[in-house]
Write a protein that binds this ligand. Structure first.
Ligand SMILES: C[S@@+](CC[C@H](N)C(=O)[O-])C[C@H]1O[C@@H](n2cnc3c(N)ncnc32)[C@H](O)[C@@H]1O
Length: 247
């Protein structure tokens, strides 16, 4: 399941009037009937929100314009978020590619290596993690109290020492722990991405600890034992090879 579909059935009516859905990383390939950029625009329209999709690649921007017109912006993501002057209700981060293994790196290089070189960038995992983290930091003070954050290609590490050292891997490796510190909770996980949400209900330290180290799979019982709601598990691992143990 594509990560933007984590918003299916989410009621955005609590989002402040005039706030926006912002996607960083626009539709890159045509073919899908309902690509993320179009889906998010429709979702924004349904709830009376603004919509913007941002991409630094002229080719992706031109394609996105075909779906959402002037709501597509040609700009680097952090630069756009830094100058953005509205409230953000939903932030969808799906941009700087994260090569999951050597084969994926080769495939990405063939598909879009030149796009990154044109921007003076080198496509590495570390850079992907850094860039998504920087974008979240540029956006977080603009996100409304009631808001949603979706980050693509993000997984929990398999249970064990790895998870203690580094709970998540993928594009959101840095974003998710940062978002937990900013009062977000992981609402849905288990497909190719994660959806977090924030409300006026504060996240207490034990719940934050659970969110960091325990998922909605085999470790969900720990949440229940402590009186918290575990993240909802959503099926479908997406296109990246993900850890075998979902917990
Ligand atoms: C995986 S695609 C986005 C796919 C789209 N969200 C969808 O689901 O169809 C990633 C896009 O992010 C763009 N991108 C990568 N790094 C970026 C950055 N720092 N700022 C803006 N766009 C970026 C790429 O040009 C590419 O078009």
């Amino acid at each position: 399941m594509a990560s933007h579909r984590l918003l299916d059935e989410i009621d955005l009516s609590a989002a402040p009037r005039g706030s926006a859905i912002v996607e960083v990383g626009s539709v890159r390939e045509s073919g899908d009937d309902m690509p993320s950029s179009l889906y998010l625009w429709k979702k924004a329209e349904a709830f009376g929100l603004e919509f913007f999709t941002v991409d630094f690649s002229p080719a992706s921007w031109r394609l996105a314009q075909q779906y959402v017109g002037s709501r597509a912006v040609l700009e680097e993501g952090t630069a756009f978020l830094s100058r953005f002057d509205r409230k953000i209700a939903v932030l969808y981060l799906d941009n700087f590619d994260y090569p999951s293994d050597a084969r994926h790196a080769q495939e990405l290089e063939a598909r879009c290596g030149q796009v990154y070189r044109d921007q003076g960038q080198t496509m590495t995992r570390a850079e992907s993690v850094r860039v998504h983290g920087q974008q979240f930091q540029a956006a977080v003070d603009k996100m409304s109290r009631q808001s949603w954050l979706i980050i693509d290609n993000t997984y929990r590490q398999p249970l064990g020492l790895h998870r203690i050292r580094q709970p998540f891997w993928g594009k959101g490796q840095r974003v998710v722990p940062l978002a937990l510190r900013h009062g977000f909770r992981i609402a849905k996980e288990g497909c190719s991405g994660m959806m977090l949400s924030r409300s006026s209900q504060p996240v207490l330290a034990p719940e934050r600890w659970l969110q960091l180290y325990c998922g909605g799979g085999r470790t969900a019982g720990l949440y229940q034992a402590l009186g918290f709601q575990p993240p909802m598990m959503v099926g479908g691992s997406g296109s990246m090879s993900s850890p075998t143990v979902v917990a």
